[in-house]
Design a protein around this ligand. Structure first.
Ligand code: ADP
Ligand code: ADP
Length: 226
């Protein structure tokens, strides 16, 4: 069963003033447990497609569904992780992770349980009471991921999550993300401009081309030897 269905979506940022849309007639289905990587050159529309699925922008044409329900706005059932971590600097790591559940009126006890669980998952239990500025780049991205996961979303959407990290941290984070995904049967859509990263992580790789932004090809990756 598809968690996300993108059905023939086009986006004109200027309300069809331009002839070429940012993305044109894109369709994509993402199933439970899939790890889909979206790869393509800068400006081909990867972020646009992610923002459509996140509900941050609306398609000019076509529709997007989450489990048969049309997506019309952003909500916690789709967790988003950006290239640069967008943590609240005045909150501790634990409070950053508890922020979403707290807003959703989850009880204090349950919030504490969730943050304790996901702090452990991302290996940052010892940093629970630290503030974001005390952490390395890789650690901040792990907090971002924990914060997204604490809302127990149907899908995690990641926009170039490791591009700003140094090469060694990036490799560590890729290994870490793959382990998390295997362990938790999470569904992930990850954007990257790096085809090697896409092939190393994805169960499916969607390749986009530019002008207009389109999905050219979808590759099924053999995951048995990863
Ligand atoms: P990618 O993530 O692959 O680099 P984007 O989705 O960011 O691509 O951009 C796709 C196209 O849409 C580009 O031509 C970009 O300039 C344009 N674009 C992106 N965001 C906006 C916006 N807010 N307003 C106008 N044009 C935009
Ligand atoms: P990462 O791969 O998470 O970016 P680094 O290579 O930067 O990690 O750091 C490796 C380890 O060093 C971290 O997991 C952490 O235990 C410790 N460390 C890094 N930065 C800090 C810091 N600002 N304060 C305390 N410990 C740190």
């Amino acid at each position: 069963e598809a968690i996300i269905s993108v059905d023939n979506v086009s986006v004109f940022y200027d309300g069809k003033q331009s002839k070429v849309p940012a993305i044109e007639e894109v369709s994509l289905e993402i199933e439970q447990g899939e790890f889909v990587c979206l790869v393509g050159p800068s400006g081909c529309g990867k972020s646009t497609l992610l923002k459509i699925i996140a509900g941050y922008i609306q398609p000019s044409q076509g529709k997007v569904f989450m489990k048969e329900e049309e997506i019309s706005q952003a909500d916690w059932r789709r967790g988003v992780v950006f290239q640069s971590p967008t943590l609240y600097p005045w909150l501790t790591v634990r409070k950053n992770i508890e922020y979403g559940p707290k807003v959703r009126k989850v009880s204090k006890e349950e919030c504490a349980k969730l943050s304790t669980y996901y702090l452990n998952e991302v290996g940052l239990t010892d940093f629970a009471d630290h503030h974001p500025y005390e952490l390395s780049g890789g650690m901040k991205q792990r907090v971002s991921l924990a914060r997204a996961l604490a809302n127990q979303p149907e899908i995690i959407l990641m926009d170039e999550p490791f591009s700003a990290l140094d090469a060694i941290t990036r490799v560590k984070m890729q290994d870490f993300l793959r382990e998390m995904w295997q362990k938790n049967n999470q569904t992930i859509l990850l954007i990257t401009h790096d085809i090697d990263e896409a092939l190393a992580l994805g169960t499916k790789v969607a390749i986009m081309s530019k002008n207009p932004g389109k999905i050219e090809k979808i590759i099924d990756v053999d995951y048995s030897n990863k």
